[in-house]
Design a protein around this ligand. Structure first.
Ligand code: NAI
Length: 300
């Protein structure tokens, strides 16, 4: 597989349509990306009354592109019109690629793959956007393991080029090749990584985030740490990042990495306290910072 990082083969039947499950921070970014680059995008929504709100959030990325003259209004409308939605599993048979960006919970994700496999075409590629759970574990009850893999986008999807591609031990070369082709055609930089809890980026990111939390617990200030790290050259400080990612996601990732790597990946107590207090960042309008009255999507 190593060679794929540089070479992939163009196929005669590239992925041209996709379904996205999960319409939170990541789901909306992925919906936007596929509406921009693919012919057809369907979103599976748990509560159909949220559909307009979700599409409105996705359209904010287009609004920004129109405002900055990177796209015309007509072009943006054309792309938005490619998005359809379903509360059930309507049309799943007709799609080439299905990605879930639902809650970071192993059992809920595994149950979702069963539901998808009951309705999808046997050639459909099924991907997970998990940020920390081993793909081998997630694939344990998947029937069509050769078509299943991790495709880990980063937040915000419209701005972050890197995508980690993580096979399970049975993922076929053809599946990986097709996913590379898809991601490159969407302007992304896919990188093939080995399967483990947290893959590459989050294994490196968690100790960094933890040290920031420990410095805070030792008496420093949120803004001070964020400003120092920004002055160091990072696009945003660790606490702004935690609020952007979602403290719940950070806490779940920390828990999974702690279970896998033990004491060298501890869970910072401030993160646990904030998770329990439901101070989750932008999504709850309060986290390390206050967001009440501020429009926080897209976070670009
Ligand atoms: P989020 O909390 O913003 O959205 C979660 C979505 O899951 C919502 O649409 C919610 O309706 C849905 N959901 C909740 N319970 C469900 C259930 N029982 N069945 C089906 N759907 C359910 O989460 P976010 O941040 O979008 O994360 C989604 C996935 O993407 C997670 O696996 C996370 O680890 C991963 N991820 C998150 C990143 C981030 O920066 N937030 C970055 C990269 C990956």
């Amino acid at each position: 597989f190593e060679k794929l990082n540089k070479n992939y083969t163009k196929t005669s039947n590239p992925i041209s349509n996709a379904i996205v499950l999960g319409n939170g921070v990541m789901g909306k970014g992925i919906i936007w990306l596929f509406s921009k680059y693919l012919d057809d995008v369907r979103i599976k929504i748990r509560d159909i009354s949220q559909a307009n709100e979700i599409i409105k959030d996705v359209s904010k990325i287009y609004d920004y592109l129109v405002k900055t003259r990177k796209m015309t209004k007509n072009q943006a409308e054309f792309k938005l019109n490619k998005i359809s939605y379903t509360q059930d599993f309507i049309g799943f048979k007709n799609f080439d690629f299905i990605i879930e960006a639902i809650v970071e919970d192993e059992n809920i994700k595994k149950q979702t793959y069963k539901e998808i496999e009951n309705v999808a075409n046997e050639n459909t590629i099924i991907a997970t956007n998990t940020s920390s759970i081993s793909i081998e574990k997630l694939s344990s009850e998947v029937k069509n393991k050769e078509n299943f893999l991790g495709v880990h986008f980063f937040n915000p999807v419209n701005l972050m080029p890197l995508v980690e591609v993580i096979p399970n031990s049975n993922t076929s070369k053809e599946t990986i090749n097709k996913v590379f082709e898809l991601l490159i055609s969407c302007g992304k930089t896919p990188i093939l990584v080995g399967d483990c809890a947290g893959f590459i980026v989050n294994r490196i990111l968690l100790p960094y985030m933890n040290e920031a939390a420990f410095i805070l617990e030792q008496g420093s200030k949120i803004e001070r740490i964020d400003n120092v790290i920004k002055d160091f050259g990072m696009p945003m400080g660790p606490f702004t990042l935690a609020d952007t990612v979602g403290v719940d996601i950070g806490y779940k990732v920390a828990t999974i990495l702690n279970e896998s790597y033990g004491s060298r990946m501890p869970i910072a107590s401030i993160i646990e306290k904030m998770y329990n207090a439901k101070l989750l960042g932008e999504k709850t309008k309060a986290g390390f910072y206050e967001y009440a009255g501020r429009d926080t999507y897209p976070n670009s």
